[in-house]
Design a binder for this molecule. Sequence first.
Ligand SMILES: CCCC/C=C/CC(=O)SCCNC(=O)CCNC(=O)[C@H](O)C(C)(C)COP(=O)(O)OP(=O)(O)OC[C@H]1O[C@@H](n2cnc3c(N)ncnc32)[C@H](O)[C@@H]1OP(=O)(O)O
Length: 392
Amino acid sequence: MAQRLAKHWCLSAIRSPLQVISFPALQLHVSGTAMRADQKDFENAVTRVKLLKDPGNEMKLKLYALYKQATEGPCNVPKPGVFNLINKAKWDAWNALGSLPKETARQNYVDLVSSLSSSSASSSQVKPGADKEQQGSENLVVTSENGITKIMLNRPTKKNAITTQMYQEIILALKAASKDDSTITVLTGNGDYYCSGNDLSNFTDVLSGEIEEKVKSIAILLRDFVDCFIDFPKPLIAVVNGPAVGISVTLLGLFDAVYASDRATFHTPFSQLGQSPEGCSSYIFPKMMGPAKAKEMLIFGKKLTAGEACAQGLVTEVFPDSTFQTEVWTRLKAYSKLPPNAMRISKQIIRNMEKEKLHAVNAEEVSVLQERWLSDECINAVMNFLSKRAKL
Ligand SMILES: CCCC/C=C/CC(=O)SCCNC(=O)CCNC(=O)[C@H](O)C(C)(C)COP(=O)(O)OP(=O)(O)OC[C@H]1O[C@@H](n2cnc3c(N)ncnc32)[C@H](O)[C@@H]1OP(=O)(O)O
């Protein structure tokens, strides 16, 4: 089954064969290689590459070619047929490296990944300063105004599904918000959805390496991501502007207030996806709503309306969609004027009772999920979703 997914990954790594077919032969020599990359640096780069924002087909081909050259040496496999566009483009890129020594390819690969990592990190750095600050990236818009830092998921055409790049950007945004001069922090979505959860193609978009490694790097990312919510020191408020799915629902238990439009729904279809709960929901939901209701959501995937979620304690208050934004932001502006230290201390005293437990729950949930992601049930469900939407 792992092989089936790996094959699917290869297909999804290059989505537009016509675009890559005209890609010129390349002989890549990255300069500035004062330090030689050892095998460990190379393995780290292979892990890091999976967490990068999609660098585009051209860069993927460069990375692919260098990886192959570094691990297998010069290309000596038969050239794929002319209609096998994707594999031919990959073969051309690899073959173009000629007899470049393995060590040089390894070094070039490490340098290239470093340059990609630093450019993608700097694009999502949060800068201190002006009152209305616009930060983040295309898919995550971070603004700070009137004592409120707003982190907005901005991928409305994909229902704000969270990519690996976005997980990293949210971590950076939360870390910056915890230190900036705002009083409260808000997470919301742009468009008709709050968030459709984990982007299911996070599991498929890889170039090389083993599926187990990919899953391991996603597990580390998920654990760091949820840890940030557990440790966030200021009041954190979710403005749930529309339906919420998966991790965007489970995380709500770690917020200090959840305001929802009456259009919002709350859905955790983990069993349907061959997965298991995360975001500390396996611990918080039963405590919050009682085991019976929690199990209906987390085991059977029952979707709740906003009213039901409010009755179960997951949502603080529901507003009519027509007045949702006005009413909620008026409320938030008032909260942002409350004494910040008092709010932080009150949050701290509540959270500190449970912090250690929450970190342990997070670690356990992620370790279970790591195994689930390699299961037939999960792989089939993800492939089923993606294949229905495949554009190749
Ligand atoms: C670090 C790893 C953490 C892992 C843990 C997290 C667990 C989870 O979050 S599990 C939950 C995962 N989410 C889902 O299963 C939802 C999948 N999506 C859907 O079921 C439907 O898309 C949805 C009900 C949200 C909306 O349905 P429609 O209104 O009919 O819209 P479309 O299906 O046409 O969607 C529009 C567009 O968005 C893309 N999309 C939506 N959700 C996702 C997603 N989660 N991942 C990737 N892509 C998503 C969908 O494919 C459509 O794209 P195009 O086909 O390109 O238009």
